[in-house]
Structure formats: C-alpha cells, structure tokens
Write a protein that binds this ligand. Structure first.
Ligand code: PFF
Length: 461
C-alpha cells in the first residue's frame, strides 16, 4: 500500500469532489427529457428505486475498495485480488474512464463555445430554423471546436497537476457551490415565466402507463452514468478519503445532490419550452436539445436579445461547463493516479502524458463531425463510437463486475469493518447491501447490458 499519498482535507471536500464527478452533462441533457417523456414522477420514483437498489450498493463498494487500499483503481483491485484475475476489473475501469473522457471533453468544449456565444448575444434575431445550421457549422469547423477542446482539457490538466487538496478539493469547493447557486437562480427565473406550471406538470405528473421494461432499463442506465459508477472514478476519489469518512452516508449525500440537480435541471428547461408553446417531445435530447433547441427556447422566452435572455443562457451554458469540467477532472484523475502510481511517474509527468493522449484522441473525436465525418465504424462516426462503446459495453460490464467482485469475492469481514469504520458506525443495512451486490445488481445490470446490445429488440416489436 502507498502511504505517502495525499488525502482530502475535509469530509465536505470529499463529498463535493465526488458530487462534482456525479453532477455532469448527464444531469442536464438526459435526465429531464427522459423524465418528462417517460412518466414524470413515475420515472423519478423508478430512478430513485434504481439508486437505492443498485446505485448505492455499488457506490459504497467503490468507496470502500478505494479507501481500504489507498490506491488507484487498478492498484486497488490488484491488491484486493492478490494479483489474481480480478485485477482486470480495475484496469478496465481505468481504460473506461480515459475512453469516456476522450469524447466527454468534446462536449465540454462545446459548452464553453456556447457560453461565449450567449455572452456575446450571438443568438439574437436568429430564426428558430437556423439554430441547427449554426450548431453543425460550428461542430464541423476544423479549428474552433478543437481550440475549445484544448482549452477545456488544459483547465482540467491544471487542476489535476495542483494535486488532490490544492487542486481537486479546492476547485470542487469553489465550483460546486457556484453550480448550486446558478442552478437555483435559473430555476427561480424559469418558474416565474408565464406557462411555467405546464412545464412543471409535464416533468412531474406521474403517468404509470408510460412505464415499461425499456423505461426501467433506461432509468437504470441513467442512474449508473449519472452517479459516475462502473469505472473507478469514485474508487479513485475514495482512496483520498480520511479513515473517519462515513462511506454510506457520503454515498447518500452524493446521490441526493446528483438527483436534486437533475430534477432542478428539468425545472430550468421545461417552463421555457412550454412558455414558447413548443412541443416537449420535439425538443430532442442530448446535443440537439442542448445546443439547438434550448438557445432558441431561452432567447424567445426571455425576450430576443434582452439582458435577461443573455444572462439566462450565459449562466445556463456556464453551469453546463462547470458540471462537465468537474466530471472531466474526476475522469482525468483516474488515469493520472494510475500512471503515477503504477509506473512511478511524477504527478506532473503522469498528468501530462494523459493530457497529451486526450488532446490527440479528443481531437479525433471532435473532427469526426467535420473533416473526419466520412470515417464510419460500425455505422457510426468516431465520436458516437466512443460514446456508444463506453455507454453500452464498458460501463455496464464494469458495473456488473464490480458488484460481483464486491458481493462474492471480497472478504465479508473486510467489507463490514470498512463500511462501519472498524465498528464505529452501526450498519443495520449490511445484509441487504450484500444481497443486492450478490443478486440484484448483477442481474439488473446484466439486463441493461443485454438490452443495450439489442438482445430484447425482438420482444419489443
Ligand atoms: N456522471 C457524469 C454525468 O452525469 O455527466 C458523467 C461521468 C463522469 C460518468 C465520471 C462517469 C464518470 F466516471
């Protein structure tokens, strides 16, 4: 075990850093629209059940594995498996984190550009039909997205090289409260719009008739991505937790913060959508929602080119940028901790190596909307290949293996000692937790996995 490692200086710092990893693009560009379209409050309830049944058990296990070993993810599984086959779970996690970051940074870069466009009032007087063209002209440009990408990655690099306490923790303590404040300001502005109540109703009205197996599997997948599970991000952060950090409580805090921000993002988006009389089923999801529909929606809602419209959309894209950046930093840390500890590089050199690799592969992903658009693999451009392969294969696989490892392989006494902080904290939920890790989580994630690979398509027809 490594003993000369830094720790987070406070429990609050640890929670904010982990929450920074969890709160990201997924909260804003996927959760609200999935909720609205898939049964509102019914979807939220299912989502919360998914968090309770598999999110929390896996998050607690990742925390525990990291803190017990005080090691990077690959090292943690190597130590706990005594060098056996399970060490590959950690290595898979490191690979997955790095792989996700390659395309995640591209979107982070777009949020920077859109913050700039909003601030300079570039959206005023543009007819609704042209927002799509503006977005494709931007993403297909060989230079502008690449330069923003470099800026995004270099900011993450800077924070990482400052170290755990003066980099990640300090930055999270500054950025997470900023993110909460911006979210609240935007929610307040948005719910004051005429017609806001329809938007809130769309988001919250429970409609159980919409709930089917696809919706449930979707909720599980979303919970997984949103909580940053399955790839050693939280395991790496937990390796910097102090011995007295309560693991289960921290996991609950992180899950609550993540879910609240996701629901609040819906409160920001839908009142405006209804305010301008747009059909919420036509706003799209992901990039098209965020970069094509919303600039128009905000501009029209708050008055074309007015001060309020400029401030609202600038704050919205800045919020996305902060959320993406803190998540990107956590992904970068997984790879940096691995390189520095397993190959004995200095932190600066290790981080630089990762950053250079990200600059290269991130640029390739970014250019796949422009000069490299013709490069198609399995019918996808390079960006979508990275996105789909990590979301559909690497994450569920990682999550399933982690739950099996924690439920079946890891020593039960070690698990109990660690989660109770060596007997200091009562753990009445211990048996339920282990049951979930052994049976529920692997089975549920296995179903998501098969579904994403299309195994149930025949049944759904
Ligand atoms: N949880 C982040 C989001 O919701 O956007 C994405 C993410 C970050 C996934 C870090 C995985 C991860 F390790």
């Amino acid at each position: 075990m490594e003993n000369n490692r830094e720790n987070f200086g406070s429990k609050l710092g640890a929670i904010l850093a982990a929450a920074g990893s969890a709160v990201g693009l997924g909260n804003v560009w996927r959760f609200p629209i999935e909720t609205g379209q898939n049964g509102g409050a019914a979807f939220i309830i299912i989502y919360i059940v998914c968090i309770l049944m598999l999110g929390l058990p896996i998050m607690i296990s990742e925390f525990l594995i990291g803190r017990h070993t005080h090691s990077n993810t690959a090292g943690a599984y190597r130590i706990l498996s005594n060098g056996g086959r399970w060490k590959w779970v950690g290595r898979l996690g490191v690979f997955c984190g790095w792989f996700i970051l390659c395309y995640y940074s591209v979107v982070g870069a777009w949020t920077m550009h859109y913050t700039y466009l909003s601030l300079t009032n570039a959206f005023s007087d543009i007819p609704a039909t042209q927002y799509g063209e503006i977005f494709s002209a931007f993403t297909s440009d060989p230079w502008i997205p690449t330069l923003w990408l470099a800026a995004f990655i270099l900011i993450a690099h800077y924070v990482i090289t400052r170290g755990v306490q003066s980099g990640i923790e300090k930055f999270s303590k500054l950025m997470m409260p900023t993110l909460f404040i911006i979210t609240i300001v935007l929610v307040v502005c948005s719910v004051m719009l005429p017609g806001a109540s329809q938007g809130i109703e769309f988001l919250l009205r429970p409609d159980w008739s919409k709930v089917n197996s696809t919706v449930i599997l979707g909720a599980m997948g979303q919970a997984f991505f949103s909580l940053s599970l399955g790839m050693g991000c939280l395991c790496t952060y937990a390796s910097y937790f102090e011995p007295s950090t309560p693991l289960a409580k921290t996991a609950v805090h992180v899950s609550v913060i993540d879910t609240l921000i996701a629901i609040m993002a819906g409160f920001i988006i839908f009142p405006s959508v209804f305010n301008i009389g747009m059909d919420p089923n036509e706003v799209g999801a992901g990039a098209s929602l965020t970069f094509i529909s919303l600039p128009n929606v905000f501009n029209q809602s708050f008055g074309n080119g007015t001060f309020l419209a400029i401030i609202f959309s600038t704050l919205f894209y800045f919020l996305l940028f902060v959320a993406a950046l803190t998540s990107a930093i956590s992904l970068h840390e997984v790879a940096t901790a691995y390189i520095t500890e397993e190959f004995k590089f200095s932190r600066r050199r290790g981080a630089t190596l990762i950053t250079v690799s990200l600059l290269v592969l991130g640029t390739v992903c970014s250019l796949s909307f422009g000069p490299l658009a013709d490069v198609q693999i399995f019918g996808r451009n390079i960006f979508s290949l990275f996105d789909d392969f990590s979301g559909m294969v690497l994450l569920p696989l990682g999550g399933m293996l982690i739950s099996i490892f924690a439920g079946w392989i890891l020593d039960r006494q070690l698990y109990r000692d660690e989660i109770s902080n060596r007997g200091d904290i009562p753990t009445p939920y211990f048996k339920v937790l282990i049951f979930s890790l052994r049976y529920i989580a692997p089975l549920a994630i296995g179903l998501v996995f098969l579904d994403q690979l299309g195994a149930f398509d025949i049944l759904k027809k």
